[in-house]
Design a protein. Sequence first.
Lengths: 112, 113
Amino acid sequence: GENVEQHPSTLSVQEGDSAVIKCTYSDSASNYFPWYKQELGKRPQLIIDIRSNVGEKKDQRIAVTLNKTAKHFSLHITETQPEDSAVYFCAAISYNFNKFYFGSGTKLNVKP
Amino acid sequence: DGGITQSPKYLFRKEGQNVTLSCEQNLNHDAMYWYRQDPGQGLRLIYYSQIVNDFQKGDIAEGYSVSREKKESFPLTVTSAQKNPTAFYLCASSMDRGPGEQYFGPGTRLTVT
């Protein structure tokens, strides 16, 4: 079945630096790509998403880029803050074919 | 954090017993989902339901069963046929089956010994 590969598995940055997390997918039917943040002991929450007809989307310090040809998408966090520390999951979803695939997660640690 | 709830938070069972995990939402969402989360792995879809009285298998449905008799409720039964049931189980809901945010519950950690 479809696997979404997510890298890196852990990422440590200094406060104020940028963080980039990358995901690749294999199913060309995937047309919706959300990113979820899961803080320790809490439920995953959507932070940003992008649809297949868009190449880039930005929301304040967070941005997502999508390269459909290469089948990869990335999460960019600028001016990182300690409260950005969490596990981030990407997902590639095809609602047309009812396929929901999540990456294995990236543990981001922002050092003050 | 309200809207979608799961109970209990922690559940312990003996091997060979069936156990049912509760998931309730008051968001008036049509679609509901069950995922399993294991250490170092992403969420894996067990079952999902797009509408009352209808549900479909996800990638790892073997050993699990669900029902969707009410819009608000989507209980998951972990049967004795599930080979490795110890895991963290997350329920989610979304407004409809199209692209859009899935709202997650707080999760149930099931330990089977």
